[in-house]
Ligand binder design. Structure first.
Ligand code: BGC
Length: 760
């Protein structure tokens, strides 16, 4: 408050002495040209960057030094206010799984907790744009009621390699699923009058050396994968903001890349929002503004002086500076602060939790279910193994983290659903975890919130075996939960991360040996932030449920699916390979350099492959595009997901219409449970001028809940332009003539039926 008053007073005083002040002029959607004409050069430079300008010393600007985070504690950045022209500061805050602000404020008795929603990877597994938009709207509601103008999400980089530490924030290995999911979240957020910010543009696919790494990507792979998802989100949802990335792309830092931002993003994709830099990214602020990176966050005195100097000397044209100022102002007039919305600081968190749990449950993927092990019956007694059973993970760390009142646990949720969970096993785990956290206390004390705490490991095989044996007489079903978290700033490892640890494998093995010997089933729950190895152990348990990181209502969501209250209908948005060695991008740096002084963020070498530069050697063959085309067996294919019921898909009817094809097919629930079915349409192209993947996802749709015996008709549409590939030689999109097979699959590997469509 003090800062605000000081700012207003200082700026008002400044206005009196400013020769270009126009007292009556106030920012309005229709007068941006006039406002630009009335702004001083200094004000314009302030407007194109954040307010984190530590070191300012003259009286007016002292007020904005350290302004960032002051309007809403724990937000990421603000724009600069020019009170005399009615230009308020607007607030931007993370992130993709829900709003991240400080939950507590000094001298304030109120709390500012937010809801953690399912991670992006989880949301995409629902393949349900309506549900995803509902989650976006719930996130937008919390932003609005806490006075946040722009939410810094969704994150939407393509999951090129399973080891990227931020994959959990992103949606998929496929650009259509990624683009439509991002569009749905953005639409939802913006339906609440809050701006969505799609990020990180573009080819930001590894965390290691992320501020210096140069992603070297062919034009075709860029157009068809790494830019394509952003193009879809821009066209479908018109997001108010787009964030450029930390990395270089083909030698140019993305926030300094005029061709990328002005020709491609705005010229071709039609983006008309504000472009913001990632926090602290870019090396030449003048180049950033000239490139059309409208707002540099979080701002610095050095950047301010450089831009001012360049604008004065003519090195930075007035036209380029005004262009960015205009985009900033056009965003501001859409925002709640400009509109004077009186936020309550009391969002409906109970509703948030309910939506989080609903979306978490709808996104779970049933990977295996022999002998209808799941759902479990209320008459069956349950024994829960694995530390994660008692410490569910709601989301990842870093900018994608959310400050919540806590994650709803599995035991309490199962008990609320009427189940009985073995308390002796629970007590044994409580004792083990207490000892683990004591052992880790000194390491965890030194770890920042940003990295998150190191989690308890698992009990050794013998201990689990003894515990399982002791639990056997009183229980009917064992559930083993395996947990993985990951986060911003580091990538994952192959050992003990992508691959399960010896103790995790030992836990699954011990429980299966003991329970199977007595003819009792075992279900494994995966509470994971990304793809893990499953091929070596998936034969052991009877059922496997992939819950991903389902948000704050994790326990509720899991209990609903385990009990059959919700029939799982999620499908994998990424491939689970047999082994890491099968992944096409083998040049991904499988080492963690975060704490390595020789390769810290501020040390730049240009020599080290995959650290200083990464060749995207696999081109367009990412994920299932690679596995299906090269016939490499996988553990679970892209699009895979089972149900407690069975569906029958009718023969598709494909009709040529202007500019494309309309497709209709019937779906019938032939089993005993109500449930939802996903129709996936892949297209296999004829041989033509360009190399093509075996098949590519071109459309999908989820049915409503179908009762046993109930049918519905599903409609899809494919545009002719959806069949195009990018031809580098002519720098254009080409649709080869020939026979295209429209393939309806239960996943990218298993095709149920196909229809040939001829293109002339
Ligand atoms: C992350 C962004 C985030 C920003 C602001 C950066 O470290 O890469 O995704 O929005 O910080 O917190």
């Amino acid at each position: 408050m003090n800062i605000l008053r000081t700012t207003a007073a200082a700026l008002a005083a400044l206005a009196l002495v400013s020769s270009c002040s126009t007292p009556q002029l106030r920012l309005k959607p229709g007068n941006i040209d006039k406002i630009i004409a009335a702004l001083t050069l200094e004000e314009k430079v302030h407007l194109v960057m954040g307010t984190n300008l530590k070191g300012f010393s003259d009286s007016a600007e002292v007020a904005v030094a350290g302004y960032t985070g002051k309007l809403v504690k724990g937000s990421a950045g603000t724009t600069y206010p020019v009170e005399r022209l009615g230009i308020p500061a607007i607030v931007m805050a993370d992130g993709p799984a829900g709003l991240r602000i400080n939950p507590l404020r000094d001298g304030d008795s109120l709390t500012y907790y937010c809801t953690a929603y399912p991670i992006g990877l989880s949301l995409a597994s629902s393949w349900d744009n309506e549900l995803i938009a509902k989650v976006g709207a719930a996130m937008g509601h919390e932003c609005r009621e806490y006075g946040v103008d722009v939410l810094l999400g969704p994150g939407m980089n393509i999951q090129r390699n399973p080891l990227c530490g931020r994959n959990f924030e992103y949606f998929s290995e496929d650009p259509l699923l990624s683009g439509l999911s991002a569009a749905a979240v953005s639409r939802g957020i913006q339906s609440e009058g809050v701006g969505a910010c799609i990020k990180h543009f573009a080819a930001n696919n590894q965390e290691i050396n992320r501020m210096y790494n140069d992603s070297r990507v062919s034009e075709r792979a860029l157009r068809e994968l790494y830019l394509r998802n952003f193009e879809i989100a821009v066209r479908e949802a018109d997001p108010w903001v787009l964030m450029t990335s930390y990395n270089y792309l083909n030698g140019v830092q993305t926030s300094e890349d005029r061709h990328l931002l002005k020709d491609i993003l705005r010229g071709e994709f039609g983006f008309d929002g504000m472009v913001v830099s990632d926090w602290g990214s870019g090396y030449d602020p003048v180049a950033q503004i000239a490139a059309g990176n409208d707002n540099i966050q979080s701002g610095s005195l050095k950047a301010y002086n450089a831009i001012l100097e360049a604008a004065r000397s003519g090195e930075l044209s007035e036209e380029d500076l005004d262009y960015c100022v205009r985009n900033v102002l056009e965003l501001i007039v859409k925002c709640i602060r400009y509109k004077g919305y009186e936020f309550s600081n009391k969002p409906d968190l109970a509703r948030g939790l309910a939506i989080s749990a609903e979306a978490g449950a709808e996104s779970m993927v049933l990977l295996k279910n022999d002998d209808a092990t799941l759902p479990v019956l209320r008459s069956q007694k349950l024994a829960l193994f694995g530390t994660t059973s008692y410490d569910l993970i709601s989301g990842g760390t870093g900018a994608g983290d959310v400050n919540t009142t806590g994650t709803v646990g599995l035991v309490e949720s199962l008990e609320q659903e009427g189940f009985c969970c073995d308390s002796t096993v629970a007590e044994a785990y409580a004792g083990f975890m207490k000892a683990e956290y004591e052992r880790l206390a000194s390491i965890n004390a030194k770890r920042s919130w940003w990295l998150g705490k190191i989690r308890a490991l698992e009990m050794p095989y013998e201990a689990v075996k003894a515990l399982a044996q002791a639990s056997l007489p009183g229980n009917d079903v064992a559930i083993v939960t395996i947990g993985r978290r990951s986060g911003e700033g580091t990538d994952r490892h192959i050992d003990d991360d992508f691959n399960l640890t010896a103790e995790e494998l030992g836990t699954i093995r011990a429980v299966c040996e003991v329970y199977h010997a007595a003819g009792k089933p075992v279900a494994v729950v995966l509470n994971i932030a990304g793809v893990v190895e499953t091929a070596s152990w998936k034969d052991l348990p009877d059922a496997i449920l992939n819950a991903w990181l389902p948000g704050q209502g994790a326990g509720i969501a899991l209990a609903q699916v385990l009990s059959g209250k919700v029939n799982p209908s999620g499908h994998l948005p990424v491939t689970f390979p047999v082994a890491y060695a099968d992944v096409p991008s083998q040049n991904f740096p499988a080492l963690n350099l975060f704490f390595d002084r020789n390769h810290s963020w501020f040390h730049y070498e240009t020599e080290t492959p995959n650290i200083d530069y990464t060749e995207y050697e696999e081109g367009i063959y990412v994920g299932y595009r690679y596995f299906q085309t090269k016939d490499v067996p996988v553990s679970y294919p892209f699009g895979y997901g089972m149900s407690y019921t069975e569906f029958v898909q009718g023969e598709p009817v494909v009709k040529a219409v202007k500019g494309g094809w309309d497709v209709e097919l019937s779906v019938k629930n032939n089993g005993g449970f109500g449930g939802r079915h996903l129709v996936q349409l892949y297209v296999s192209a004829p041989e033509g001028a360009l190399d093509k993947p075996a098949r590519e996802l071109k459309a999908y749709a989820k049915t409503p809940l179908l009762a046993p015996g109930q049918s519905c008709t599903v409609k899809l549409h494919v545009k002719r332009s959806d069949l195009a590939s990018y031809d580098e030689a002519s720098a254009s999109w080409l649709v080869d003539a020939g026979d295209y097979r429209f393939q309806f699959g239960s996943n990218a590997r298993d095709i149920i039926s196909e229809t040939v469509v001829t293109v002339r």
